[in-house]
Design a binder for this molecule. Structure first.
Ligand code: PEP
Ligand code: MN
Length: 294
């Protein structure tokens, strides 16, 4: 019989947890390392950057903003999953090369999305971390492909996915030999229409109880509104998130994608200072760039 790790799952809090991601399979929470940045139970990692890489000027300008505010990692989509085929689809490989230039300028490692197995090898040559987006959480060939890479993976929760399905998606990656996986709660679809998604912050303690992987939160896609991002970012840290991934743009009103949910440089600065206080209040800290620790 084919070896099937789902044959021997543990049931925790009514959730059938696959073996490799299960918190019962490890004595301590995992640490995932991406371009020198550690996701895990200690420092809280702030990832920020534009929804999409739009131009060299926009990316380099925004990367400087992230660096100055104390962000540890840059985000930016080069291959964009857009609902409408008529909207900006991203700069593709050129965008990935711009991210590399931004890393060279600022020292910030970057995470960027892969949507298709054919993109993975190229993106993995450049990126510090591969993102599998919400729409692809159950794209099994893609999960297997990123599982075969030697790069950490940021796996976002499918917008319709249960926690069990989310954990099974992560298990696909671990099954290929890649245990460097960070889970990201980014909101789920509910009947509610005042927010783009319903940010399920209860997923943070639930996931941390069920599995050993680091858990971060995306309050940008989780709310869809720039003005709600600081409140939910702070709530996520208070709830125990190991990091945040947020959309920031140096000129949100000019963004080609998701400007309505992108905070500006001043808002990021103010938020970072609030996050430091909240982290301290719960016995943690916002991880600092290595140069300022030395
Ligand atoms: C993104 O982070 O760029 C993105 C498209 O988010 P999600 O996959 O969560 O919708
Ligand atoms: Mn976006």
């Amino acid at each position: 019989m084919e070896l099937n790790h789902y044959n021997d799952p543990s049931v925790i809090d009514g959730c059938t947890v696959p073996v490799k991601v299960s918190s019962r399979s490890k004595i301590a929470p995992s640490t995932v390392s991406a371009g020198g940045v550690s996701f895990g139970p200690e420092g809280i990692v702030i990832i920020a950057g534009p929804c999409a890489v739009e131009s060299r000027e926009q990316l380099l300008g925004t990367a400087e903003v992230v660096k100055r505010s104390g962000g540890l990692m840059l985000r930016g989509g080069a291959f964009k999953p857009r609902t409408s085929p008529y909207k900006f689809q991203g700069l593709g490989e050129e965008g990935v090369r711009m991210l590399e230039e931004a890393r060279k300028n600022t020292g910030l490692p970057f995470v960027t999305e892969v949507m298709d197995t054919r993109q993975v090898e190229f993106v993995a040559q450049y990126a510090d971390m591969l993102q599998v987006g919400s729409r692809n959480m159950q794209n099994y060939p893609l999960l297997k492909e990123v599982g075969m890479q030697k790069k950490p993976v940021l796996l976002k929760r499918g917008m319709m996915a249960t926690i069990e399905e989310f954990l099974l998606a992560a298990e696909y990656i671990l099954n290929q030999g890649n245990d460097q996986v960070v889970l990201c709660e980014r909101g789920i679809r509910t009947f509610e229409t005042t927010t783009r998604n319903t940010l399920d912050l209860s997923a943070v303690p639930v996931l941390k109880n069920l599995c050993h992987l680091p858990v971060i939160v995306d309050p940008s896609h989780g709310t869809g509104h720039r003005w709600m991002v600081p409140a939910m970012a702070k709530a996520a840290v208070a709830a125990g998130a190991d990091g945040l991934v947020m959309e920031v743009h140096y000129k949100p009103e000019e963004a080609l994608c998701d400007g309505h949910q992108s905070i500006d440089p001043d808002e990021l600065d103010e938020l970072m200072s609030d996050l430091r206080k909240i982290a301290l209040a719960i016995g943690r800290y916002i991880a600092e760039p290595r140069s300022s620790v030395l």
